[in-house]
Design a protein around this ligand. Sequence first.
Ligand code: HEM
Length: 422
Amino acid sequence: MAEPLSLISSLTSFSPTPLAGAVPATSAFPKSRVVAVSASHKCLPLRSFPSPSSIFLHKRRSAIHVSSTNFSSLSPKCFASDPAQLKGARDDIKELLRTKFCHPILVRLGWHDAGTYDKSIEDWPQRGGANGSLRFEVELKHAANAGLLNALTLIQPIKDKYPGITYADLFQLASATAIEETGGPKIPMIYGRVDVSSPEQCPPEGKLPDAGPPSPAEHLRQVFYRMGLNDKDIVALSGAHTLGRARPERSGWGKPETKYTKDGPGAPGGQSWTVQWLKFDNSYFKDIRERKDEDLLVLPTDAALFDDPSFKVYAEKYAEDQEAFFTDYAESHAKLSNLGAKFDPPEGFKLDDGAVAPAAEKFEAAKYSSGKRELSDAMKQKIRAEYEGFGGSPDKPLKTNYFLNIMIGIAVLALLTSLIGN
Ligand code: HEM
């Protein structure tokens, strides 16, 4: 079984311009912040292969049961990825983005892992898609993936730190987080993608689109329809080019540098589609419609979005209406991120904190409090306990106590009788 980390070192010559400050794949993390898994745990998440640093950790598990300071414990359920570790990884991705400005290449990484999907093939993983196969040398070496080794190198330390998550989930988490962190829409993501386990399971070369085919619109339809996507998805997803740059030494496209890229941020150089290429907005559609600035890139497949009548309807709409673009982009991105994936649990799971919270209870008493402030949870619990002490609840009135009512009736009658008697 191939070892991606050793591949990274063997592949460094493959990418002539690694990102400035790219983190070495083997960089170590403070041991106290890593780990958390008891060797006896029945439900260790599926792991596709051991990376050298995690082999090191596994060895330690049996000797010392280190408790985590980062995430509580593995999920009691046997999911492909542990939700708590995914949340930890999301925080680390945000930190990586803040320091390395690598948002665009992480978006491209997620897209290129998912974009090999073929809906006409039923079997997993032969059908391709978001299954983590892009970590293997054989696939990283596909011409379309030039430069993506840098993205893998950047996030490998996060994978090492959170051994209970899959590459397939990590790639998609990184991409969605990068979109959100550059000001884009919240993507309705689900997780639990299972990883392929060997390079033999990688898709064949040639599944991703070319930027300069003879008939760009036809080519885009051929490739995206094969994935089960439609014209709206093609246009909305192309809008991801609002981020990032093309580099001639990687894809062969773009200028070596422009006035918008010569100073970075991140590794300087390349040609961007937009002026602010680390801001997710609808400027891509405005800029490729105008085609006025020689320093901004328009690939033949970008130009097709305004040349083809069906694509143009969406492209015009997105150029005019950023909200419409964001709504459609979020939906298409979520679709893309799920292509070909096998989920464990089969329905996947959400990571959003709000999504798992139970429906809020009605506490009428809060209405009569001093006004603007909601009752604290502790206070609500106290009120509930007091109600329950009387056999009621804040949601129902107390049950009538018939015995007490009769006693009060008798007392009132006795009082009246004695008053009348006097
Ligand atoms: C529609 C067909 C597409 C074509 C032909 C295409 C082609 C390209 C090319 C040639 C590059 C330059 C790579 C380099 O030189 O480093 C690139 C970069 C990029 N692509 Fe696409 N792409 C397509 C769709 C997409 C989609 C669907 C997404 C995401 C949803 C995407 C996201 C990106 C990003 C973010 C970059 C910038 C990467 C960086 O700055 O490192 N692309 N694309």
